[in-house]
Design a protein around this ligand. Structure first.
Ligand SMILES: [Zn+2]
Length: 162
């Protein structure tokens, strides 16, 4: 491989994998999870971690709540996050409110100014993709890898100095 400097590097600082940069992996995951309800359970952490690692494509006003959702996931686990996410969806279906109910997130720190961090110890473009799938070795293994990416995301953002 004789890639020049800067070639194949993602916005998050990671080196591109066989499928490309993280955006390629992210879109691959979104496509595969549509047909796989068990994989879809990690949809919210996948979206939040991806956007926090690649904030140039994100809506800035949602990054803070997405950061808090990831902290809740690390703290209380996937089922707790799914309950909170379902609650937010149900809430927005009724009436015209389109904001988040912040009560479940009150114990978690806000997004530090001065980001984004230039490096995360786990990236989407490092996820294994074999036999045309992200879950070829099972959903639990996939979930553990997503959890590692989430922990890396929270850790790096927490280390940002304003
Ligand atoms: Zn990336």
């Amino acid at each position: 491989m004789t890639d020049g400097p800067g070639m194949g590097q993602c916005e998050c600082g990671a080196v591109a994998g066989p499928l490309g940069v993280c955006a390629d992996y992210y879109h691959g995951i979104l496509a595969e999870e549509q047909a796989d309800p068990q994989m879809y359970r990690w949809h919210a952490p996948v979206v939040c971690a991806y956007l926090l690692q690649h904030p140039s494509g994100a809506h800035e006003k949602y990054l803070d709540v997405q950061f808090r959702m990831l902290q809740l996931y690390v703290d209380k686990g996937l089922d707790a996050l799914l309950r909170v996410a379902a609650h937010q969806v149900a809430r927005n279906k009724h009436g015209t409110r389109s904001s988040y109910d912040m009560r479940p997130f009150e114990g978690y720190g806000s997004l530090p100014p001065g980001g984004p961090p230039g490096h995360f110890r786990a990236a989407f473009c490092e996820l294994p993709f074999s036999d045309g799938s992200f879950v070829s070795d099972g959903h639990l293994a996939y979930g553990r890898r997503i959890e590692t990416i989430v922990e890396a995301t929270v850790e790096s953002w927490r280390s940002v100095q304003a």
